[in-house]
Write a protein that binds this ligand. Structure first.
Ligand code: SIN
Length: 483
């Protein structure tokens, strides 16, 4: 690949760049071409234990820095990420397949969490509580939680790291990051920038491994890790939660979704088509908040399907390094198999393919629209995580809400309507952590990101994000009225 100074092929622990002691490595492959781009260390559970020890040793001195000092470190890291935006985006595209325009967007999005929390660092206020008796004074302070581990996903190789470690770092907690084995290079590149920003040794650590199960167990069960934050699938989240029970470890889980996108017959249909395209096809359908089910009211159903299918047919597919490309490859053969299974199942149960419906060469799949989708199809219940848009029909508002809520997931949801009263009613009735109203792209560092039901718990980003990475301590001063 082209010269890029941020390509790192060693893990970063305790301020040092390390190979695995076993000498083992694993390959990182470009999903658009199948080409191997790098090999990184395959670290063992013992090496992760050593990294946790180093982070724990770094904690007291880091915790004792002032919020302003930590804020300055974060600000330097933010500036460095933005300075290297193009290089980082290129690394992201070649290891994840994400198209370059979206990778550039993700670098800015990821950096925005660093900037936001650099600012929030100075505002981790506590409280003074009016006491119940004259002799007491009650105060609440917020303190750093201790070592924070972050297990992050391949679909956002940068932003899911910064969204988790941003609040931890500003609150005074060292971090240990395990990026996914598919996309470790972006995580290592921002570790190099964290090193340049000047975080003390042991405060910022990144380990690479293929032993997700063993390392996940260590991060859950090691008592020196005080908090684990995970973004990934609901089944893996459940395993981590049960493993964390042994140490009653604090946990944030950002898990799967089954996002509905409702279009009422009073909606601006063209705006809804635009919103659906953005929301469904972001990173080729491979985000946790991508639309999984389009629910369209019967009066405008045919018009919507026709306009939406036409817009889908215009999407350009290819290697994401070409700036005009809008859809890249899927991440793996397994992802292609899942998409294929969902489409075949839907077609066998009566879905009409109005566009796409077929695999292309390599890991590419044609964006697909399935009209006449019904509740008995696999795609109605499971997240497809690919470029397939099933369109369901409904007749009343109540029916739409029932259909939208008929899932164990509760991450993101969307709807389009121009009736302000309906907007309030539906927004309140949807059982989701996030609702887009006449908007298909809702993620931002200033708002709380997270789900309910089996989409997990905890919130990332926003003023709420800090609290999940801090301990609340109550101080009760007695005998204050005695001279
Ligand atoms: C995700 O897919 O997990 C994150 C999406 C986002 O932050 O918008």
């Amino acid at each position: 690949m082209q010269q890029n100074n941020l390509i790192k092929t060693e893990a970063y622990v305790n301020g040092k760049w390390l190979k695995a002691t076993s000498g083992k490595t694993f390959d990182v492959t470009n999903p658009a071409t199948g080409e191997v781009i790098a090999a990184v260390p395959d670290m063992s559970r013992e090496e992760v234990r050593q990294a946790i020890d180093a982070a724990d040793r770094a904690w007291p001195a880091y915790r004792d820095m002032t919020a302003k000092e930590r804020s300055a470190l974060m600000r330097r890291w933010f500036d460095l990420i933005m300075e290297h935006k193009e290089e980082l985006a290129r690394i992201m595209t070649i290891e994840s397949g994400k198209v370059l325009t979206e990778s550039l967007g993700e670098v800015s999005y990821g950096a925005s969490f660093v900037e936001w929390f650099a600012e929030e660092a100075k505002r981790a206020y506590g409280d003074v509580i009016p006491p119940p008796t004259k002799d007491r004074r009650l105060v609440v302070i917020k303190q750093s939680i201790g070592v924070v581990a972050a297990i992050t996903p391949w679909n956002f190789p940068l932003a899911m790291i910064t969204r988790k470690v941003g609040p931890a770092l500003v609150a005074g907690s060292p971090v240990l990051i395990k990026p996914p084995s598919e996309t470790p290079l972006t995580g290592l590149a921002i570790a190099a920038l964290a090193e340049q920003a000047g975080f003390p040794p042991g405060v910022y650590n990144t380990i690479t491994t293929t032993d997700s199960k063993g390392i996940g167990k260590e991060l859950c069960e090691n008592p020196k890790v005080r908090k684990l934050s995970f973004t990934g699938s609901t089944p893996v989240g459940k395993v981590l939660m049960s493993q964390c029970a042994s140490t009653l470890k604090k946990l944030s889980l950002e898990l799967g979704g089954n996002a509905p996108f409702i279009v009422f017959d009073d909606a601006d249909v063209d705006a809804a088509v635009k919103g659906a395209i953005v929301s469904k096809f972001r990173h080729n359908g491979q985000t946790c908040v991508c639309v999984n089910r389009l629910l369209v009211q019967e009066k405008i159903y045919d018009e919507f399907v026709e306009k939406f299918s036409r817009a889908v047919a215009e999407l350009k597919i290819g290697n994401g390094l070409d700036k005009s490309v809008q859809l890249g490859p899927l991440i793996s053969e397994k992802a292609i198999e899942k998409v294929t299974e969902h489409v075949e199942d839907a077609v066998s149960k009566g879905a009409r393919v109005t566009y796409g419906g077929e695999r292309m060469k390599g890991l590419f799949y044609k964006p697909t629209v399935l009209a006449d989708a019904t509740a008995d199809m696999i795609i109605a219940r499971e997240e497809v995580f690919g470029p397939v848009a099933p369109v369901f029909r409904f007749s009343t508002e109540d029916e739409a809400i029932k259909m939208a809520n008929d899932t164990q997931y509760g991450l993101a949801s969307y709807f389009y309507s121009q009736d302000v009263n309906r907007c309030w009613r539906v927004a309140e009735a949807l059982e989701y952590g996030m609702v887009g109203i006449n908007e298909g792209l809702i993620s931002t560092e200033v708002a709380p990101f997270g789900g309910i039901k089996e989409s997990g718990f905890g919130r990332e980003g926003s003023k709420y994000g800090m609290d999940y990475f801090m301990e609340i301590k109550y101080l009760c001063f007695g005998g204050v009225d005695k001279p």
